[in-house]
Design a protein around this ligand. Sequence first.
Ligand code: ZN
Length: 212
Amino acid sequence: MERKCAVCEGVVLIDKDNSNKAIQHKKRFYHFDCFVSLCDQKIANKRTTLSWTDIKLHIDDLVQDTTKNQQNEVAKDDLAQWVTSQYGLSCISSRLFMKFNDIYSGTFRGLAYPILPTEFLEEWKYFWDELCIIRRYKTLVGEQAVNYDIAILLNRNAEYRQIMERERVDREARRRQIEEEAIDVHQIKTVISVRQQMISSFIAEMDESREE
Ligand SMILES: [Zn+2]
């Protein structure tokens, strides 16, 4: 994504990982360095000192938020493209487009919280095989099938979050186990090398006493 820097008016390039550390603040975009100098300028102006000192202090959070926003923007496009190809649509209708936005913002009727595009796309892919099985004997075409599946996905989001949380906990436990095993192996190796040293010095002593 390309945006105009609100300070220097140059092009701000924001890739998926936001490797340029671009900053989005109050709907405006900035180069990292431009934003820092803006902060300094604002801090120097005594009337605004407090809030801008705070903003500069938390500049890493701003970069992270900008990165997350960018990933969601990319995921919005990815999801639209993925749905278009998986359901054989020619395009996303404006009604469907609005529905997606309501889901992302959490304003969709019956939805208790927003589901961000990154998560919604992952969930859709996760349940894809199941969705196809459920739909197999139904005669839903195009956007009908999409709407049918969206209803299922929204219903099952809480369950999906539980599954993801369980997987995260399992991954964490596995990582810790591997670390502990690595420590064990290190300890065993130390014990063996100490033994080997003892044995070789014992042999050396024996040789010496035999020579005497
Ligand atoms: Zn700039």
